[in-house]
Design a protein around this ligand. Structure first.
Ligand code: GLV
Length: 327
């Protein structure tokens, strides 16, 4: 008998079909957002789940899932999974790294340029019928070329963002838990490792691409915003909660920094309503990895992890290798 799995959110039909060759699949193509209790009920007797960051797998949830062998997240970030609790229960956990690096880096640039050059703000103004004449000072923005780009979180996506900055003759500074090798720095447009404070004081544009954890929560709060240049742009591609949204709103209102581009929010899909009243913020609904080929690659990557895990193979993106030895 095929093992049972749950695909917790809607996904490409071809991926459901692929999974059905290996498993009894319960899908959710109506994309119902299950409550924790509903998720737990759906997962009784199931060996695996394809999840997204909207489903939490913490110690309490895992304690009620005795049959579960793998949580395969369709995301590179996995702050919705308590990996230590998974390990303690012998449950494998996996994510989808690498396949989204270049697409996410492209989007980082899209958001950075839209924010620095006030693209959405000016488009809204035009659509509102306000364009009656050309003026020398309409929508003056900040230059990208020749400026200093500060990247906080210099993993694979951060490095891909840095590489793209070569075409804009930018200087790159970065802050990360650990310093890159010389070779990696050279590849990343000769990025220079600096303290977070120096980065915030020096960068014209700051991009956040670090993973969310209790340590990275509010990496950018009131004190950090205070350090930034008055003309600076802040872009958050990483996770809501890395920025203190209330402090950011205060800083944007007071023009302490010029503008922000945000793809992620604290408590998303809810977000602070004051963002909507601000002109100097570009808001997108967590779509940095959303190109058609990349989202398909992510879904197939999560499927690869499920298929491997439930056929006694090591999942290619296993986050807790200790569990593989246990099966
Ligand atoms: C998206 O946010 C991801 O973590 O893949």
């Amino acid at each position: 008998m095929k093992p049972g799995i749950l695909v917790a959110r809607a996904v490409f039909p071809e991926v459901i079909e692929r999974l059905s060759q290996h498993f009894e699949v319960e899908s959710n193509q109506d994309d119902v957002l299950f409550t924790p209790d509903q998720l737990i009920a759906k997962l009784q007797g199931k060996a695996g789940v394809m999840s997204t960051s909207s489903s939490r797998f913490d110690a309490d949830v895992l304690a009620r899932l005795p049959d579960l062998k793998i949580v395969a997240n369709m995301a590179v970030g996995y702050d919705n999974i308590d990996v230590a609790a998974c390990t303690a229960r012998g449950v494998m956990a996996s994510n989808t790294p690498d396949v989204l690096n270049e697409t996410t880096a492209d989007f980082g640039w899209a958001l950075l340029m839209a924010t620095a050059r006030r693209i959405t703000e000016s488009e809204h103004w035009l659509r509102a019928g306000k364009w009656e004449k050309w003026r020398y000072d309409y929508f003056l923005g900040a230059d990208l070329h020749g400026s200093t780009l500060g990247i906080i979180g210099m993993g694979r996506i951060g490095q891909a963002i840095a590489r793209r900055s070569m075409g804009f003759d930018m200087r790159v500074i970065y802050h990360n838990r650990s310093r890159l090798s010389e070779q990696q720095e050279a590849h990343a447009n000769h990025a220079v490792y600096v303290s977070k404070e120096e980065l915030l004081r020096t960068a014209d544009h700051v991009v956040l691409v670090l993973p969310y954890s209790s340590e990275s929560r509010h990496t950018i709060a009131a004190a950090e915003l205070e350090l930034m240049k008055p003309g600076a742009t802040l872009v958050n591609l990483a996770r809501g909660g890395i920025v203190d949204d209330t402090a950011l709103i205060t800083a944007l209102k007071a023009k302490k920094i010029a503008a922000a581009g945000l793809d992620v929010f604290e408590n998303e899909p809810k977000f602070h309503p004051d963002f909507l009243g601000l002109e100097n913020v570009v808001l997108t609904p967590h779509i940095a990895s959303a190109s058609a080929p990349t989202r398909k690659a992510m879904a197939n990557c999560a499927a690869d992890n499920l298929i491997a895990a439930l056929s006694q193979q090591r999942p290619p993106n296993l986050l807790n290798p200790e569990t593989f030895r246990q099966v």
